[in-house]
Design a protein around this ligand. Structure first.
Ligand code: PGA
Length: 253
């Protein structure tokens, strides 16, 4: 089996302006060049500017959301083609903030993912349960439903990323136990394997997100079925994000 490269993704959410890019150079200079893939998902307004900086080869850019059609009369929306044009390679889809605040369904996530793939973007598809489902032991059934509807064979491209992000863990300083994370990741892996076969299983990366910080990162990144991390708060400062990148690097040894 081919080893999947670990990937760390910084999701800046609705944070960041040009003036905040001053210390990004530090990140660019210090990140390890080879071993892991690094992705930054800035607000769409900064994609083009970031692309213009001297970004290392293993640092790619991502959008945080896209529309499900290519262009048209959709005021305020941004298409996958536009993200690609501005320098993105990836796009985060179905983040719990989109699902909860903007009522995005798994069906919509699938349509967006299809459009993203059509435009040459790699989807980062987020799934995760609310606290109530976690407490009622329904995590796996929630994840299964989200995966069943959000994915189909046309979305299974070689770099596809699935992010397990328990909604209650995001920005809360709480995380599931390592055993719980491992259980969900291995469940997702089996789901991919049963539906899409061995090649997809070997290439799709399953990453964890939700309150990852310098204290818990090594444990989480070292889990067998965790191929990386989706980082919110701790990706906003270049020095904090760099620290997590280095921890991921250490988890390889
Ligand atoms: P957090 O956010 O790291 O701040 O918990 C993760 C995310 O929302 O992707």
């Amino acid at each position: 089996m081919e080893a999947r490269r670990k990937i760390i993704i910084g999701n800046w959410k609705m944070n960041g302006r040009s003036k905040d890019l001053v210390d990004i150079d530090l990140l660019f200079k210090k990140i390890p060049q080879q071993e892991i893939d690094i992705v930054i998902a800035p607000p769409a307004t900064l994609l083009y500017e970031l692309k213009g900086l001297n970004t290392p080869k293993n640092l790619l850019l991502s959008g945080q959301n896209c529309h499900q059609v290519e262009s048209g009369a959709y005021t305020g929306e941004i298409s996958a083609a536009m993200l690609k044009d501005a320098g993105a390679n990836y796009v985060i889809l179905g983040h719990s903030e989109r699902r909860t605040v903007y009522k995005e369904t798994s069906t919509l996530v699938r349509l967006k993912a299809l459009e993203a793939v059509k435009q040459g973007l790699t989807p980062i598809i987020c799934v995760g349960e609310h606290l109530k489902s976690y407490e009622n032991n329904q995590t796996l059934s929630v994840i299964e439903r989200q995966l069943k509807v959000s994915l189909n064979s046309k979305i299974i491209c070689d770099n596809l990323v699935i992010a397990y992000e328990p909604v209650w863990a995001i920005g809360s300083n709480k995380t599931p136990s390592p055993e719980e994370i491992e259980k969900v990741h291995s469940f997702i892996k089996n789901h991919i394997s049963e539906r899409f076969g061995e090649h997809a299983t070997n290439h799709c990366r399953i990453i964890y997100g939700g309150s990852v910080n310098k204290n818990n990162a090594l444990k989480i990144f070292s889990l067998i079925n965790v191929d990386g991390g989706l980082i919110g708060g701790a990706s906003l400062k270049a020095t904090d994000f760099l620290e997590l990148i280095m921890i991921m690097q250490n988890s390889l040894n």
